[in-house]
Design a protein around this ligand. Structure first.
Ligand code: G
Ligand code: G
Ligand code: MN
Length: 548
C-alpha cells in the first residue's frame, strides 16, 4: 500500500513539473499581455487625441481666415454703398476726399478706396490721381458682381507687393494680399488660404500652402465646414455663407507627429503603469495558485489530510444506512474545508493525489464494515480529474480486493461537472459499475445538465442538492422543483439522497415523498473516524445504527 502511494506520488510529481512549467508559461504570457495591451491602447489613444487636436486647431484657423475675408468683403460693400450716395462724387471734391480718407483709416482690411472712371482709379483720399491708376482686365467677376483682380501690382508700391483689387465700375478697393490670411500663427507649419469658388482661384495664401488642400472645397455648401487629411496634412475647409469663398487652413504632417509624441509622452507612461499593475496582479494570482498547490503537496507529505464521516440515514426509520466520506485538511492546527482547496487542487491537477489519500484512510474502515452482515456503505467523492485516470479504477479494485467488502457497499459521488466530458465519463461510470461499485450524481441541480441528459448514463443514486432541500416545506416559488426532481428520479428508478436536511419538517415531507435517504445536520454532523466507528460498533450486527 505504501509502495503504491509512493509510486503514485512520484508519477504526480513529474506531471506537476510539467504543470508548473505550463503555469510559468501562462504567467509570462499573462504578464506580457497585461503590459502590452495598455501600452498599445495608450498609443492608439495618443494618436486619436493628436488627430482630434490637429483638427480642432485647423478648424479655428480656417474660421479666423474666413472671418477676416468676410469682414474685408463686407467693408468694401459698405464703403461702395456709402460712396454711391454722395452728391459730388464726380468732382473728387473735399467731401469725397474726407469720406475716402475716413474709409482708409477706419477699415482694417482695406488699404484704400478709390473712385473709378474708364477702368482707372482717378480719385483717392490723396485727391485726384495724377496720372490715374489703370486697373487692367479683371480676372473674373465675383458672385456679388464685382470685377476681381487677384494679383494686381500698383505703381506706387514695391514691385514685389501684390494686391487684390475689387471694383464695381464706379469704385475700387485695394486689399493687401496678406491681410485675410494674416492670422497670428502660434505654431510652425500652418498654411492658410482663401479660395474663390468662381474659378477655384487662390485669392490669398501664406505659409507653404499646398494647392492639393483645396480638394473638394468647391462642393461645400454655404457655411459648411469639414476636416480631412491630405498627404499627411490636417486640412480644415470652411465655406462662407454670403460669398463664394472658402477659407482653408492646413497643418504640416510634422505638427501632427509632434502632437502625437507629446500626447504619447503622457499616455504611454500611464499605460505602462497600468500594465505593470495588471502584470503584478496576474503574477500574484498565478503564484497564489502555485503556492496553494505546493502547500497541498507538502500537506500530503506531512500527512495532514484525514477524513470525516457523515451518516446517511434511511428516512423511514432514521437508521444509519451509510456515510459520506468528507476530506479535511488540518494545517498548522487549522482546519481547512475542501471548498477552499479542492478547486486549487483541480487547477493544479493534483486531486488524484488527494483521492488516493482518502482511499488509504477509508480502507481500514471498509475492512471493519466487511465484518458486518448489513449493507452499510461508504460514499467517496471523486472529481472530474479522477474520471480521466485508469489509476482510479485500479484503486477501487484494490480496495475491494483487500477489504473483502461487497462492491455495492462502496459508492462514488461525481458532481455534474464530472459528466461534462461525456464520452470519458460514460466509459468510466460503466467500468466502475462493472466492478459493482455504485455511482451517485452529487449536488444534482446546481450544474447545467438536464436530467434527460443524465438518463443516458447508468447511474444508481441521485443526491438532491441542499439548495432544493432547503425549499422543501417553505413557500418559496422553487419549492415544487424539489418535488419534480424526486418524481423524475423515481421515474428513472434512481435511488435518492436528500442532502443538507436541517429541519424536522423537511425530513417529514421528504419521507412523505418516499425519498429513501437523507443526510444532514438534523441527523448527524460529519464525525471523526473513531467516533463514527464507536457509534457503528454500538449497534448490533445485522441492524443499522439508530440515529437517535
Ligand atoms: O466536506 P464539506 O463539508 O466541506 O464538503 C465541501 C465540498 O467538498 C463538497 O462538495 C464535497 O463534495 C467536496 N469534497 C469533500 N470531500 C471530498 C473528497 O474527498 N474529494 C473530492 N473531490 N471532493 C470532496
Ligand atoms: O459532496 P457534497 O457537496 O454533497 O458535500 C456535502 C457538504 O454539505 C459538505 O460540505 C457537508 O459538510 C455539508 N453538509 C452536510 N449536511 C449539511 C447540513 O445539514 N447543512 C449544511 N449547511 N451543510 C451540510
Ligand atoms: Mn458529496
Amino acid at each position: 500500500m505504501d509502495a503504491g502511494a509512493d509510486d503514485d506520488a512520484g508519477a504526480d510529481v513529474t506531471s506537476l513539473g510539467f504543470n508548473r512549467s505550463r503555469l510559468v508559461g501562462i504567467t509570462i504570457a499573462l504578464i506580457v499581455v497585461a503590459t502590452a495591451v495598455p501600452v498599445v491602447l495608450s498609443l492608439v489613444l495618443a494618436r486619436e487625441q493628436a488627430r482630434a487636436e490637429q483638427e480642432r486647431i485647423a478648424t479655428i484657423y480656417a474660421a479666423d481666415v474666413l472671418r477676416r475675408s468676410e469682414a474685408a468683403a463686407g467693408q468694401i460693400e459698405a464703403a461702395f454703398a456709402r460712396l454711391a450716395r454722395m452728391p459730388d462724387i464726380d468732382t473728387c471734391g473735399p467731401q469725397v476726399r474726407d469720406a475716402l480718407q475716413g474709409f482708409d483709416t477706419s477699415m482694417s482690411y482695406v488699404q484704400f478706396i478709390g473712385v473709378v472712371r474708364d477702368n482707372r482709379i482717378d480719385c483717392s483720399s490723396y485727391g485726384p490721381q495724377v496720372p490715374p491708376v489703370a486697373l487692367g482686365p479683371a480676372d473674373y467677376i465675383s458672385a456679388t458682381g464685382m470685377n476681381m483682380r487677384r494679383d494686381a501690382e500698383l505703381p506706387y508700391a514695391d514691385a514685389d507687393k501684390r494686391f487684390i483689387v475689387v471694383d464695381n465700375g464706379r469704385f475700387a478697393a485695394v486689399v493687401h494680399k496678406q491681410l485675410p490670411v494674416d492670422a497670428t500663427i502660434g505654431q510652425p507649419g500652418v498654411a492658410l488660404a482663401v479660395v474663390s469658388l468662381r474659378r477655384g482661384y487662390l485669392l490669398a495664401s501664406n505659409g507653404a500652402f499646398d494647392p492639393a488642400s483645396r480638394v473638394g472645397g468647391n462642393r461645400l455648401k454655404p457655411d459648411q465646414r469639414r476636416t480631412l487629411m491630405v498627404d499627411g496634412r490636417t486640412v480644415a475647409q470652411h465655406r462662407s455663407t454670403r460669398y463664394a469663398l472658402v477659407a482653408i487652413a492646413s497643418l504640416d504632417p510634422r505638427s501632427y507627429h509632434t502632437a502625437m509624441w507629446r500626447m504619447a509622452r503622457v499616455m504611454v507612461p500611464i499605460g505602462l503603469a497600468v500594465g505593470v499593475l495588471l502584470a503584478y496582479w496576474a503574477n500574484r494570482l498565478a503564484r497564489a495558485q502555485m503556492t496553494l498547490a505546493a502547500a497541498i503537496r507538502a500537506g500530503l507529505l506531512r500527512d495532514e489530510f484525514f477524513v470525516v464521516y457523515q451518516p446517511i440515514v434511511r428516512l423511514r426509520d432514521r437508521r444509519w444506512a451509510g456515510a459520506e466520506v468528507l476530506v479535511r485538511w488540518s494545517r498548522a492546527g487549522q482546519m481547512i474545508r475542501p471548498d477552499l482547496f479542492i478547486a486549487a487542487a483541480e487547477e493544479a491537477q493534483i486531486v488524484p493525489m488527494i483521492t488516493a489519500r482518502v482511499f488509504e484512510r477509508v480502507e481500514p474502515v471498509l475492512a471493519r464494515l466487511a465484518g458486518r452482515d448489513d449493507d452499510f456503505f461508504l460514499s467517496v467523492n471523486l472529481s472530474a480529474q479522477d474520471l480521466h485516470r485508469d489509476e482510479t479504477l485500479a484503486i477501487l479494485h484494490g480496495v475491494l480486493q483487500r477489504t473483502g467488502i461487497r462492491p455495492h457497499q462502496l459508492h462514488v459521488e461525481i458532481t455534474e461537472r464530472g459528466f461534462a466530458d461525456t464520452a470519458t465519463a460514460r466509459q468510466m461510470v460503466q467500468r466502475m459499475r462493472e466492478l459493482g461499485v455504485r455511482v451517485s450524481i452529487d449536488d444534482f441541480g446546481t450544474g447545467y445538465s438536464s436530467l434527460a441528459e443524465l438518463t443516458t448514463f447508468d447511474l444508481d443514486t441521485l443526491k438532491i442538492d441542499k439548495a432544493f432541500v432547503d425549499t422543501v416545506g417553505s413557500d418559496a416559488v422553487t419549492s415544487h422543483v424539489a418535488f419534480h426532481i424526486v418524481e423524475m428520479a423515481r421515474g428513472l428508478s434512481l435511488e435518492m439522497v436528500a442532502e443538507g436536511v436541517e429541519e424536522e419538517r423537511q425530513a417529514a415531507i421528504l419521507a412523505d415523498w418516499r425519498v429513501p435517504y437523507g443526510q444532514g445536520w438534523l441527523f448527524s454532523y460529519p464525525l471523526p473516524a473513531d467516533e463514527f466507528l464507536a457509534r457503528l460498533a454500538d449497534a448490533a450486527p445485522g441492524s443499522v445504527v439508530d440515529a437517535a
